[in-house]
Design a protein around this ligand. Sequence first.
Ligand SMILES: [Fe+2]
Length: 213
Amino acid sequence: MALASLHDLLVDELRDIYHAERQLLKALPKLAKGATTPRLQQALQEHLTQTENQVERLEQAFGELDQPVRAKKCKGMEGIVEEGSEVLEERGAEDVKDAAIIAAAQRAEHYEIAAYGTIVTYARTLGYDTVARLLEQTLEEEKAADQLLSQIAESGINQQATTGDEDEGDEDGGLLSESRGTSRRRAAGKAGGSRSAGSRGGRGPTSGRTGRR
Ligand SMILES: [Fe+2]
């Protein structure tokens, strides 16, 4: 389709994000299945339900513009989804994989935030207020999903993932050992925790016990 006007560009962007959302309908259940932390699994499942609504909103937007519902291959999301599946195929500690799944999902969210931000701006500029309002709801959902993923990461997964499979020598004067101590305690509280046994070196496991929490 020739891009002769901002209207053409708007329709082109809609087709692109429509394809991107439909890719996510397939990818999100896989990411949820690959995740271990229940809160992360739940967030990804909930975002799948949101994504189904977002696809419907896009179909409404095509209708508002008197355009056929049509997808245009979104190579950007294809790459992001492909990288996400690579993460799922990797073997590794559960917490580290969860951190990687969050990173993959957030890449997808940021791509969508950029796309919807652009689309809403074009729609407003062109006076398509219904389309702008419709997709602004989606934009807000994407931002909220992104923030929730950040919260889940920061509320424990990243900390737990710091233990990983390595566990040696710190000469940081206590800064890192504090976080490692904390994460050990958290990891120890998880069934099937991913930290490796032993290799605590000459430094006691209590090195971080005076830290917060
Ligand atoms: Fe979406």
